[in-house]
Design a protein around this ligand. Structure first.
Ligand SMILES: [Zn+2]
Length: 439
């Protein structure tokens, strides 16, 4: 800026301008800078795009060829546009923007800079090469105090040879769908994780049977050993007999000694990351189950130290994952309203909140805050910009972006640019994030 202060660009998009002559013009590549009090149009950028500027007698006129397209009158020392803003479309933060690493940090459930670098080096994240991650307060909000976990030593040679499992609950709040417990399974060989939400702890046995059918069918392999603590939900007679009949060996640890380290650590990671995502999205705890399911989805696409930074889903499926569909949990999502559900005067799309990835379908899970229900839709446009901006206290609220009132001309060619201030505490916090599942 003129006084050498830098400002953060949090998004790039287009703005419709209603001109003095009632025509509408679209201004593209508009930088969204929350700290700026005035909205500026760069004469330099207009010049680059072939517009001619004539300033005379306190009036600036912008021409394309012989056509007058914009007019501004001098007020004090600046020229104020004769016109007003129409609807504003702040698009997703530009893929080439320096804040891209912030975007991927959030899309991948607050993954550490190291984890992001591994994926970026393999060119798995569209348009992200590398970068420095700035301070993220949501990582701090998610983190529990450090606990040491002991883990039993073993070596698994193939998928499903050794499954770790643990149950967490009772959740302190009523969750969407009425569940209160989290049950996770972790495959020791691939480090792939599955999560189930349970209403009762006694559902563990029946869910294990479903899990076994699913993974054995999908892989053509069989579960050889199941490691759990000796909580009652895992030790019922029927559970024991079932495993005996299926030839599944049982490894059990006492509940309070934390020998079930791998599974307990996984549950802790799921909880921490879900908390960070809910904090970032400013969503109610009610949507915690959605946050946990989405965390599980991204953990399976994150490098795991326990298997030499390979990616669980990749190890499990045998081919690289597609990251192009990942979006920031909790961002605004606009889904097309089917024709039969709207009248001629109704809007064609409706705003929802993105809360996850559909199971087995290519759709997205969207939360409708009005009906408090989740729908699945494939035809969705996302606006991730409001959740990717820097964590400043005076951050713009989601709806404030449509409140651009005055636009003025800026004759300087200085672009405001990103301030890469970093905070060492972030490194400490995120250090173990991509190490999920390590012993
Ligand atoms: Zn974060």
């Amino acid at each position: 800026m003129g006084n050498d202060v830098t400002c953060n660009i949090v998004g790039i998009g287009s703005i419709q301008l209603q001109m003095f002559d009632d025509t509408t013009k679209l201004l593209i590549d508009v930088r969204h800078v929350p700290d700026l009090r005035k909205y500026l149009i760069s004469l330099g950028a207009l010049d680059t795009n072939g517009y001619k500027t004539v300033i005379r007698g306190g009036v600036t006129k912008i021409y394309k060829g012989i056509l007058l397209v914009m007019k501004a009158k001098k007020v004090g020392n600046i020229f104020q546009l004769e016109g007003r803003t129409g609807s504003v479309h702040v698009s997703m933060v530009s893929e080439h923007d320096s804040s891209s690493i912030r975007l991927w940090h959030r899309r991948l459930g607050h993954m550490s800079e190291r984890g992001l670098k591994i994926l970026a080096d393999r060119k798995l994240l569209p348009n992200l090469t590398s970068g420095k991650l700035d301070f993220c307060k949501h990582c701090l909000y998610g983190k529990q105090s450090k606990q040491k976990f002991k883990a039993g030593k073993h070596t698994s040679k193939g998928i499903l040879d050794y499954i770790h499992s643990d149950v967490w609950g009772l959740a302190p709040t009523i969750l969407y769908g009425g569940s209160s417990y989290l049950l996770s399974f972790l495959d020791d060989f691939s480090r792939k994780v599955w999560v189930y939400m349970l209403k009762r702890k006694s559902d563990v046995f029946s869910v294990f049977k479903q899990f076994r059918a699913l993974v054995e069918n999908n892989t053509g392999r069989t579960i050889k050993c199941l490691r759990t603590d000796n909580g009652g939900e895992f030790t019922s007679k029927e559970f024991e007999n079932y495993c005996k009949d299926a030839g599944i060996e049982r490894h059990k640890t006492t509940v309070y000694t934390q020998q079930n380290g791998v599974a307990e650590r996984m549950n802790r990671t799921l909880l921490e990351r879900a908390r960070s995502m809910l904090s970032n999205a400013n969503l109610q705890k009610e949507l915690w189950t959605e946050a946990v399911a989405t965390t599980c989805y991204v953990i399976n696409r994150s490098p795991s130290i326990a298997i030499g930074c390979m990616i669980p889903q990749e190890v499990s499926k045998g081919h690289p994952c597609d990251y192009s569909k990942l979006r920031v949990f909790g961002c605004d999502a606009y889904a097309l309203v089917p024709k039969h559900q709207r009248t001629k005067l109704d809007l064609k799309s409706k705003r929802y909140i993105f809360v996850g990835y559909g199971d087995g379908t290519k759709g997205f899970r969207l939360w409708d805050p009005t009906t408090r229900k989740i729908i699945i839709n494939r035809d969705v446009k996302f606006d991730e910009s409001s959740l990717v901006q820097l964590d400043v206290d005076n951050k713009l609220k989601r709806d404030d972006v449509s409140d651009f009132q005055h636009i003025q001309f800026d004759s300087t060619s200085n672009d405001s640019h990103d301030d890469h201030s970093s905070d060492s505490s972030h490194e400490q916090v995120s250090e173990s994030y991509y190490e999920q599942g390590s012993d």
